[in-house]
Design a protein around this ligand. Structure first.
Ligand code: ASP
Length: 453
């Protein structure tokens, strides 16, 4: 049995947590490939090591020193190492490494920033390897460069290159426990590139897929994935099992327990994922599997919501007869490097849903201008302040009346639906509503699908 186990930042925030992680690793001989994040928050007001490193790098890029933020990050490792009674040389090496990164040339700002960010995970992996060795366990830090984790050259947003999988497969053969830093890899030209934030989940998924692990364990700080956001719904139900598609839809719409880009590699290799709690490893957790029995189960597994989206709306009489209308509309967005989320359309109108952060006021002005010129619509407008609510569940495909129940629940809570979209795979229904109604809508839908019976 070979397991890939990933531990998130909150699982590595203190020496006590690190001890717990070492206990978990050693109690199962299957846990031979371990992926670690950088130390996260110790309490709600705390700052993650990655954020400290980003702050230090930003300072340097503005021509300042960034020394105090970097020193704070080093201090985080120092306090963990001191409590674990690791040799001083371990911390000296970390301090040297982070200082060197800070003092690197800032000429290429993206490269500089990614190199700093990667320092959090890289040093954490070295520290965990030493903590295990101190217990007399054969554990070794492995560098993503040596292992061949090749990524596209997209700083802060890289993607794995297909050729990486063959090289990474060799990790299977290594003796002892491999400690692998999450979040970053290398471009073909040899420089560091990072995934998007929270990307250690992606590293774990890539390794689990490459070595064809029996399971990819993702240790975090909650007992399971919940059916709704616990800050909106009181005591939401725990989800025992989800399919890859359900998890993808939920994480797309804000379930941050598991990075949405981490699903593709495990889906491809059909490696099941097990989300577990470092602080309560006895809990059953949530399993993400290729298929699950939907008979007798609730048709809906979860309700998610994304805030801060906006809608670019166009109407033109006889739009349906105009060949290339949709393509030209999307090309205008493409020219501004905006990716779209959904495109609900009618006979004579089309809406394009995009994330608000990608549409600055200047871009909006240029886009509206271009759309007017190129498509001569009767109406073009941009509405901000919208939310998308996703009702997710494979069981909806086999159940009649799901849309009626959802719209009935929203009407009962006097939430006005601005848009409805259901993908043809019928794993989810999406409702566009005003952001101020988001929490009411989530509660109403949760009540309808989880509490009514
Ligand atoms: N440390 C990185 C972040 O905070 C990556 C991760 O934790 O997965 O985004």
């Amino acid at each position: 049995m070979l397991k890939v186990s990933k531990f998130g930042g909150s699982s590595l925030a203190t020496a006590e947590q690190v001890c717990r992680v070492c206990d978990i690793i050693t109690e199962d001989p299957g846990r031979r490939i371990i992926v670690v994040s950088a130390p996260g928050k110790r309490h709600s007001q705390d700052i993650k090591v990655t954020d400290l490193l980003i702050a230090a790098a930003s300072e340097r890029l503005m021509g300042k020193l960034g020394a105090s933020e970097c020193a704070e990050a080093i201090e985080r490792y120092r306090s963990i190492a001191a409590e674990l009674e690791l040799p001083a040389a371990a911390v000296d090496a970390i301090a040297h490494d982070l200082t060197e990164r800070l003092e690197n040339s800032t000429e290429n700002a993206d490269l500089y920033m990614d190199t700093m960010k990667a320092g959090g995970e890289d040093n954490c992996a070295r520290l965990i390897a030493q903590a295990l060795e101190a217990r007399g366990i054969e554990a070794r830090y492995v560098s993503p460069k040596d292992a061949g984790l090749l990524l596209s050259d997209e700083p802060g947003n890289a993607q794995v290159l297909p050729e990486a999988y063959t090289q990474l497969r060799e990790l299977r053969e290594r003796s002892g426990i491999t400690i692998f830093p999450g979040f970053f890899g290398y471009a073909k030209e040899g420089h560091v590139v990072t995934f998007s934030r929270g990307g250690s989940d992606i590293t774990g998924a890539i390794l689990a897929s490459a070595v064809r692990a029996e399971v990819y364990e993702n240790f975090t700080d909650v007992d399971s994935v919940f059916a709704a956001n616990p800050s909106i719904v009181e005591n939401p139900a725990a989800i025992a099992e989800l399919t890859y598609r359900e998890m993808r839809e939920l994480s797309y719409a804000g379930f941050s327990v598991f990075h949405d880009e981490a699903l593709e590699p495990v889906y491809r290799a059909q490696v099941p994922v097990h989300i577990r709690n470092t602080n309560n490893p006895q809990a059953a957790g949530t399993r993400i599997v290729p298929n699950r029995a939907t008979n007798g189960e609730l048709p809906v597994v979860g309700i998610a919501a994304i805030d801060s989206v906006c809608c670019v709306y166009l109407s033109k009489y006889l739009m349906n007869r105009q060949i290339g209308f949709g393509r030209r509309l999307l090309q205008v967005l493409e020219a501004e490097a905006i990716s779209f989320e959904h495109v609900p359309s009618g006979i004579d109108n089309m809406s394009v849903i995009v994330r608000e952060e990608s549409l600055s006021a200047e871009k909006e002005q240029r886009i509206v201008e271009q759309l007017r010129q190129q498509l001569a619509p009767e109406d073009v407008s941009v509405e901000r302040g919208l939310s998308l609510i996703m009702v997710v569940g494979e069981g909806m495909r086999h159940t009649v009346g799901m849309a009626a129940r959802a719209t009935g629940a929203l009407a009962g809570a006097t939430v006005n639906i601005e848009m409805i979209n259901q993908g043809s795979n019928e794993v989810s229904m999406m409702f566009g509503i005003k952001s101020e109604d988001m929490e009411t809508a989530v509660r109403a839908l949760y009540q309808e699908f989880f509490e009514r019976d």
